[in-house]
Ligand binder design. Sequence first.
Ligand code: ARG
Length: 459
Amino acid sequence: MKMWDGRFAKTTDRLMELFNNSLPFDRLLIREDIEVNRAWAEALRACGVLSATELKKIVSALNAIERDCKKGSVRFEPGDEDIHMAIERMVIEKAGPAGAKIHTGRSRNDQVATDLRLYAKKSLQDIIDEIIVLQKVVLARAESDVDVVMPGYTHLQQAQPVIMAHYWLSLFYALEREKSRCIHAANTADILPLGSGALAGSGFVIDRALLAKKLGFAAVSDNSMDAVATRDFVLEALSVCSAIGILLSRYAEDLIIWSSKEFGYVELDDAWSTGSSMMPQKKNPDSLELLRGKTGRLIGNYTSLAATLKGTGLTYYKDLQEDKEPLFDSVSQTAMMLLVFSRVLSTIIINKDRTVKNLDPLLLATDIADYLTTKGVPFRDAHHITGDLVSHCIRKKVNISEISLEKLKMFSSRFDKDIKRKLTWNSALAGRDIAGGTGKNSVKRQIRKAKKLLGAAKP
Ligand code: ARG
């Protein structure tokens, strides 16, 4: 027998039961569902649907289910269609006729939306916490790598020298943006749908503001049809998760390349690498590869819900049951990815000598062009002159910083003695102390600001 089968003459097909059943995944909402049931029971008491004794019976039934949940001894029945039906069945079993009143004035439509919003809020907070952990690690990396000079890349071609700390700080500030996206997503979820009924609003005079307060929501929904139909908060959370994945994946990609023999800038700790079943010498950066690989899955989860929603009119259709697995998967994977990346970065070994040795002297070309412009040569001409010089160095296989002043003067009469001082990594870096630049003072300012931002973030 089913809770809703009064109007049915035939039983549901076994395959349909299996197809319809969401308990295998929505059991993850058990704590939220208990909490929502408790608040709903109190609201029903306040509007006179439940007597004080009935409320007590229901609350103690819910408490008992919660205790079982903590012990891991909740018993589901084959007939439980979803977590909401399962909890209602248990409440009826434990509280008797009082329990049969718990579903008064509500629908699973407003119930599931409420449970899921609570879950989304909590998971986004967990992700924010992991972002902060990673930011701390990134900041520590930056502080220890302020003296490491390395090539900065565009098109995977060496472009200009940068301080490695500058590279790490780029991640810090990107994570700061992800944090505010999470906060925005959590705010989107922070609205109470309960009291919206199936779609038209509950037929009972429920104090929704009080319900919102009890369940920790910032506001109540303004429109019952919107409240039961919308999954924008899930989409928002999935979008944040994909954005975080995409961000981490780009850094993982760099580090995978940097850990190769050809680059050799970094070495992953053994604890975050794996070996090959066949080639004994191998040490593979699997932690980083998985970060990159899982990002595809996060994007897939977003796409999957977006595709589901686009064809789903108002208000509730069973299509919406497909919102949960992508959400559960994305938030747990994202939190784990952030944690793994924190661990990888806090244990990674930096080969400082290698990054400096690998710097192509030609990376000073932009500084030479800039030098000529300070001597009055228009930049476009300076660019051309320096290009000639670069081409000469490549053809003659000579180091640009070792060319004599006399020779330099053959490319431009504006070259002077002071050019020699310009042709060092430190001078190139010192010339970039502009706000946001890779100069050492700029990097130190970035570190100071990052510390301030972290100090302001509540852990
Ligand atoms: N298990 C359903 C879901 O996750 C609960 C809502 C069911 N509502 C309904 N009208 N059948 O979406």
